[in-house]
Design a protein around this ligand. Sequence first.
Ligand code: GDP
Length: 192
Amino acid sequence: MNIQSAVYLKSLVPGASLPERNLPVFAFIGRSNAGKSSFINTITNQKNLARSGSTPGVTQKVNLFMVNKKCYFADLPGYGYAKLSRHERKALEEIIFWYLSHTEIKFQQIFLLIDSRVGPTDSDVEMIDFLNHHHLPLIIIATKIDKLKSSERSAQLKKITTSIPGHQIIPFSSHNGEGKKEVLELMTLANA
Ligand code: GDP
């Protein structure tokens, strides 16, 4: 996909009505600080389309963007921030599960972002179980790949592959653009 335009549309909380036009959706999900905002900004060639929350975990809404006037990007709240209270964490999961449970939404692809230095955590595995259970099309993005030395890179990628079998994994860097072309190509395929 060649992204020519990407504009903020609206934010959703549970109970809100979905946009009138039922266009295909690419959704982005990950632990807070996984690099999701940077990823969205990189693939859309914008500096501040998705904002990284200064306090992790505060973006408790689904932010929708209209892309090329023909599909939506859905930026889901970052989960797994340790300092949130149980109540706050639960509210956050509710938003994510509420949005992803809409069977009428045409999910083209869900991109789940994992910090390649950290690898998958329990909260990532829980999220992946949910996505698999709902048969949502999932691709894993191994973010911040530029931070790994070449000697660490294959071991870390292997760790992710082993913990999350059966899904494509794309090494990605918002700093040097690695993986961007591949992500955009996958979006073209999914949107065909
Ligand atoms: P979010 O909370 O998932 O939206 O994460 P952000 O996109 O705000 O990124 C969290 C931190 O990681 C910020 O300090 C970013 O500058 C940094 N970061 C994000 N992506 C990359 C990357 O590809 N490479 C490097 N080196 N740092 C990154």
